[in-house]
Design a binder for this molecule. Structure first.
Ligand code: SF4
Length: 253
């Protein structure tokens, strides 16, 4: 048995144990249950949520995790961190540039900072962020392995959808981040990020089920973790999307 397969099985069993305890029961096709931390059973093993909390603390203690001391990313961050190109600059608490590994092969892109992100200045640090960490863990990844950013760098009041003018002003920043990081695969989290980047008005369902590339980069569309927290019925579909990402990472697509 090769090492990759052993790793896959190990992660799969860790996840199963985390969510279901010690009894193995597989009804039909196996899919990961990306449960909310509050409803997942407490099991005395190292948990992804704990890893996420630790990652959050480190991030807050070390703003270098925003740009990883990568010269071009750092200089771009310094250039735009005080941006006032749209009205969201009036209401934001923090500008949320992004965070992660500037040499990452995978870049996740969300819609805009939410309340927790606005409070802390880092993307995906609330409940949705913890679920994202679980999704990464299921793939054998950590935050440090990827880069993550949003289409908008400042929080829309009340978490409303971004306005066209806000996207127009802010999207070039994301384009520049993509040009600097040059990921091998891009994953759009949610309808807004997918529609903006693909310049499409299609539904999330259609976007998820279609093949895309973005400037020649394989582009996968899946649910925003916040949507998965609201509707657990979508988790199996999200896992289906993540399996596509896994295949891209393995060079099978
Ligand atoms: S949302 Fe983007 S364009 Fe608007 S102020 Fe923030 S960084 Fe600037």
């Amino acid at each position: 048995m090769n090492e990759k397969l052993i790793d896959d099985i190990k992660h799969l069993l860790q996840w199963y144990r985390l969510n279901y305890g010690e009894t193995l029961s597989i009804p039909g096709e196996l899919s990961f249950d990306l449960e909310d931390e509050e409803t997942a059973p407490a099991i005395p093993v190292p948990q992804p949520a704990a890893v996420a909390r630790e990652a959050d603390r480190e991030s807050l203690a070390d703003p270098l995790k925003i740009h990883g001391d990568h010269p071009r990313l750092k200089s771009f961050y310094e250039e735009i961190r005080n941006c006032r190109n749209c009205d969201l600059s009036q209401s934001r608490k923090h500008f949320v540039f992004g965070m992660g590994n500037p040499q990452a092969d995978i870049m996740f892109i969300g819609e805009a900072p939410g309340r927790d992100e606005d409070e802390q200045g880092f993307p995906f640090v609330g409940r949705a962020g913890k679920l994202l960490d679980k999704m990464l863990f299921a793939l054998g990844l950590k935050r440090e392995d990827i880069y993550i950013a949003n289409v908008l760098k400042c929080r829309p009041p009340g978490n409303r959808d971004p306005l066209p003018d806000e996207v127009l002003q802010c999207e070039p920043y994301l384009q520049q981040q993509l040009a600097i990081i040059q990921p091998r695969v891009v994953v759009a989290l949610g309808r807004i990020a997918a529609q903006v980047l693909l310049k499409s008005g299609d539904s999330l369902k259609i976007l998820r089920e279609s093949e895309h590339s973005y400037n020649g980069i394989p582009f996968i569309v899946t649910y925003h973790p916040a949507a998965l927290l609201r509707n657990s019925g979508w988790k199996a579909l999200a896992w289906h999307d993540l399996k596509k990402l896994k295949k891209h990472m393995a060079g099978e697509l």
